[in-house]
Design a protein. Sequence first.
Length: 113
Amino acid sequence: MNREEIFKEYKLVKDNENPFTFHYVIDENNDFYVEPVVFTQLNGFEERHPDKIHLIISKMIERVKQNHKVIFVGDYENYFTEKEGYIYLELIDITDPLKIFVEDKSRGSDYGD
């Protein structure tokens, strides 16, 4: 699933203040931003849980409709999209309550010099 397919039903709006983040509008009261790394994370979940990706997307949209203004970031401590009045959510804020997990096994080498 590519980026264009994931949120194709929502209007993509250019935000010159955040040119590297995708801004989607659901309606006049609800909109959200998605940092590029989140699409990479979504692809990882789709590879490991292809039957659950639509559930994840649905829950993301549900959270937007609950909070009205959301920015989906890759990392709370290293996000690059700033917008006043928005809440920040990581993908794990969506997937953990759904009990959909992907273990991150990327770590440094176990071998010393």
